[in-house]
Structures are given as structure tokens and as C-alpha cells.
Ligand binder design. Structure first.
Ligand code: ADQ
Length: 475
């Protein structure tokens, strides 16, 4: 039942703090709950940190208005070593759907700040930031009440940038790390944020801050030096005598989970079924959360250009795009969904025939085995993120391709390009003709070249795992 194995009183305690707990809770009755583990890079990485005794602290993701419910949920989560932070509906909305998803997220990905006139809600910048401040403070209180002398606190992501400051106010000896899973943008972009100084100086109260790439780390240091006028080097920032270390540590995946899954009979059966379904066709795979940063419209339009130029391919190549809807309470995400549907419809109407359509598009989540089977049977994976902290889909595809040795087409704007660049075909997702040409190059690539590129990336993905990432950062 525990998320983490091998607890012992002699182990170093680690408090992992993230916006969401690694399990989602569903209420079954007044005081009974069911849970589902949300598998992702963070969860699998931290499950692999065996030398620490870890606890998770995060928002349960559900609104629990009554005290009985809160008590029951807290007790049930304690068995899973999870500690919930409870947020009321309005605070959660303005903090999460507002400040986090409509303000900081787009800014970190170079999409700029929303214009208040264009906001479909009545929330002002100030009220959203107030909710963000309130939630960061609530997290600090929960952490403080569970903290024991000597614990290491590892905070994740842009949702909790004020937290290091609050925690140091409670206890200046607390050891605090903060890791950003998203890109840190150029300081010219970051400085447009009204609360830039407050956020940066709060983050600098951490002892260690980590990023996926050298570029992100450099941008962060340069934002600190230009906005706060503090001293910085590529490895550290000094603010009023306090030194914050800056580390570059790209996340990996739990590669064995994938390499083992594709050997399972159940997955092999799925692979065979998909091969029969797409017999005689080359399959290009896209797997993304439906988010503007993933460049899904650009991917579809580039594929359209490829079909326009390569008439003979129209019934021989399919693009299988899985786009899991997320953040559907945010208006921009609703708009994106209908825009994408419209483009798919247009391309299929233009290039389809009575017995085939070039784009198979699903906007739902698929289970892990089906995902592995799709990764394993596809000829090409197409990742066209406009900006992306890392992009785990690229690594997952590589991990499942050891017998097929398909080609990864990867955006130069994904953090993954720094590590998988030598094996992937790198593209600028905004250069639609360039992406169309890369699709042609990938589909025609000679076996020896595919082999060499794949070997490079497979070696990387299986030796730079999520477990190593977590161990490195915490140590
Ligand atoms: P994301 O943007 O959510 O997170 P990404 O790296 O794209 O992360 O990984 C998405 C995960 O969801 C993958 O593990 C993938 O298998 C899964 N997934 C996607 N679509 C799915 C579908 N249709 N069905 C089932 N599963 C699906 C942030 C940053 C990233 C960074 C990660 C980790 O934005 O840039 O790589 O954190 O640091």
C-alpha cells in the first residue's frame, strides 16, 4: 500500500512537495475514499530514491468541504505516506486555473501574459496572485507541522515559488531544494511579470535550485542578476551573503518499466493487432497533453504540407495523434480543442479517400499497455513542442523501440533536444516546410542510419533514468 519501500528510522527523511499528490482521491462515501496512483516521471523517479524515507505533501485535487471528510482522507492518505493540503474551491480556482495555468505557465513557455481585457473571467491579476500567495502559505504551514529537524525538503515547480521563503522564515536551518520542470525563459520575458522580484527572491531562499538544461539555468541566473541586482555565476547566485546553488539535472524516465512492459504477452498481442490494423502503412505517432505548448496545430499543418507535396503517400502514411485533454476549465484550452478538431477535419477531408483517412485523432487518455504498444509499433514519433521543459514522450518512445528502431523527430525547443539531439531529427516546429521535410527524411531513412541514431538515444535513455535524476538532486 505504500508508495515508497524500505522505511527505517535510521534513513534520512525527505519531504517531497508538489502541487498535486501522486495519488488522486475519489470519495466513495462519507468517510471512505478510493485512490489511483498518477504515474509520471516525478512519481517513478522518487519511488526509486531508496536511501531516503519520503513523504509527499500536496493538494489532494478534490474539494472536501466537511471536517469528517478531511479527517478520513488525511488518515487514508497517511497510509500512503501522503499528507494533503486542503484548498477551498474559489482559492483553488484562482490559484490553479488562474495564476498557475493562465499566468505563469504561458509566461514560462514564451506565450506572454494574458491581457486582462481578454480574460473570460472576472479575476484580476491581483486576486489571482493573492490566491497564489495564500496557497503557498498554506503549504508552508502544513510542511512546518510535519517537519522534523534534519529533514530535506524538495519542492517541485512553479506552483510553489514562494514556499522557500516562508519555510526559511519558520526555520532558517531547513534544507530546501527547488526544481523547475518547465523552461525558465529569457530574463527579457520573465521581467514582464508584475511579481517578478517577489517570486525570484523567494526562490533564492532555497539552498539548491535545479533545471533540466543549461539554457534554463543560465536564464534563471540572468533574471536574478538583472532583476534583483544580485551576483551570479553559472553555478550559484549570491543574495545578501546567502548562496543558492544552481544545478542542471535533466529528468529521465523509469526505462525498465517500458522495456519490460513491451515484452508482456498482453502488450505483444496489442502490437500485433495494431500492425494488422495499419498493415501496409507507415505510422507516425504523436502523444501529448492537449496544451498550446505542445504545438499540436503546427504538427497537423506540417503533416498536411507533407501530404500535399507527397501525393503518393496519402494512403500509405497515417498520423496517429493522441491528445489527452487537460485543464479544460481554462478557456484557452477549450479554444485549442476546437481549433485542433477543425484542422484534423480539414486535412482528412482534403487528403482522405473512401477507405482511408490520413489522421487518426483521439482526445482521450489511453492506458499504459496500449501506450507502450503504440510506441513500439510506430515508425516515427513526432514531437513539435513550441517550448517544453523536457518532454518525456520522446524518451518513452525511444525506450520502446529497441527492436523496430524508428525515428524520433524532435523540436529544438524541447529540453530533451539537449540530451537526445544526436539521435533525433531536430526540427523547428514553426517551420512547417522544415517539419514536412523531416517527416519525409524519417520515413525514407536507411536502416543503418536509423540503427545508429536509435542506439545513441537508447543508450542515453536507459542510463539516465528518473531514479538517477532524483538521487543526484537529493544527494
Ligand atoms: P508534462 O508537460 O505533462 O510535464 P511530458 O514530459 O510531456 O510532461 O510527459 C507527459 C506524460 O504523460 C508522459 O509520461 C506520457 O506518457 C503521458 N501521456 C501523455 N499523453 C498521454 C495519453 N494520451 N495517454 C496516456 N498517457 C499520456 C512537465 C513539463 C515537461 C517535463 C515534465 C517532467 O511540461 O516538459 O518533461 O514535466 O519534468
Amino acid at each position: 500500500a505504500n508508495m515508497f519501500n524500505g522505511d527505517s528510522p535510521t534513513k534520512q527523511r525527505l519531504l517531497v512537495v508538489a502541487n498535486r499528490l501522486p495519488v488522486s482521491a475519489k470519495r466513495q462515501g462519507e468517510d471512505s475514499w478510493s485512490f489511483e496512483i498518477s504515474a509520471g516521471g516525478l512519481v517513478s523517479g522518487l519511488m526509486g530514491v531508496k536511501e531516503f524515507e519520503a513523504r509527499w505533501i500536496g493538494w489532494a485535487g478534490v474539494n472536501v468541504p466537511d471536517e469528517t471528510g478531511k479527517k478520513a482522507l488525511t488518515a487514508a492518505l497517511a497510509e500512503k505516506k501522503c499528507i494533503p493540503v486542503f484548498l477551498d474551491e474559489d482559492t483553488a480556482n484562482q490559484y490553479y486555473n488562474g495564476y498557475c495555468n493562465r499566468i505563469i505557465w504561458p509566461l514560462l513557455h514564451y506565450l506572454g501574459l494574458p491581457h486582462e481585457d481578454h480574460q473570460a473571467t472576472t479575476w484580476s491579476y491581483e486576486s489571482q496572485f493573492a490566491a497564489y500567495q495564500k496557497v503557498n502559505r498554506m503549504f508552508a504551514d502544513v510542511i512546518q507541522s510535519h517537519y522534523q529537524e534534519g529533514d530535506v525538503v524538495w519542492i517541485h515547480d512553479f506552483h510553489l515559488m514562494l514556499l522557500p521563503k516562508h519555510l526559511k522564515e519558520y526555520n532558517k536551518n531547513m534544507k530546501i531544494g527547488w526544481f523547475l520542470h518547465e523552461p525558465f525563459p529569457s530574463s527579457e520575458v520573465f521581467r514582464t511579470l508584475p511579481s517578478r522580484s517577489e517570486l525570484l527572491s523567494a526562490v533564492l531562499m532555497a539552498d539548491l535550485v535545479g533545471f533540466h538544461t543549461h539554457d534554463f539555468a543560465r536564464n534563471f541566473v540572468s533574471a536574478c542578476t538583472s532583476i534583483l541586482r544580485v551576483k551570479g555565476t553559472p553555478e550559484a547566485v549570491e543574495n545578501q551573503g546567502r548562496v543558492t546553488r544552481v544545478a542542471v539535472c535533466p529528468i529521465g524516465i523509469d526505462s525498465e518499466r517500458f522495456t519490460q512492459a513491451i515484452e508482456l504477452l498482453e502488450v505483444q498481442k496489442l502490437i500485433k493487432e495494431f500492425k494488422e490494423k495499419f498493415f501496409g502503412k507507415k505510422v507516425i505517432l504523436g502523444v501529448d497533453r492537449l496544451d498550446m505548448i505542445k504545438g499540436i496545430p503546427h504538427k497537423l499543418l506540417a503533416f498536411g504540407k507533407f501530404l500535399e507535396k507527397n501525393e503518393y503517400c496519402r494512403d500509405k502514411v497515417v498520423l496517429l495523434q493522441i491528445a489527452v485533454p487537460t485543464r479544460s476549465d481554462v478557456p484557452e484550452y477549450k479554444k485549442l480543442k476546437s481549433q485542433v478538431h477543425e484542422i484534423v477535419g480539414r486535412i482528412n477531408a482534403r487528403y482522405g479517400s473512401l477507405d482511408s483517412v490520413p489522421i487518426h485523432y483521439l482526445d482521450r487518455s489511453i492506458d499504459f499497455y496500449t501506450l507502450c504498444a503504440l510506441y513500439a509499433m510506430s515508425d516515427v514519433a513526432l514531437v513539435t513542442s513550441l517550448r517544453d521543459g523536457m518532454n518525456l514522450v520522446s524518451s518513452e518512445f525511444v525506450a520502446c523501440q529497441d527492436s523496430k528502431r524508428g525515428v524520433l523527430i524532435l523540436s529544438e525547443f524541447a529540453g530533451a533536444a539537449e540530451s537526445l539531439g544526436a539521435g533525433a531529427v531536430i526540427v523547428n516546429p514553426l517551420d512547417l516546410m522544415g517539419v514536412a521535410a523531416a517527416i519525409g527524411q524519417a520515413l525514407d531513412m536507411p536502416a543503418e542510419e536509423r540503427d545508429e541514431r536509435h542506439r545513441h538515444n537508447f543508450e542515453y535513455v536507459t542510463t539516465h533514468t528518473a531514479q538517477q535524476w532524483a538521487n543526484f538532486f537529493v544527494r
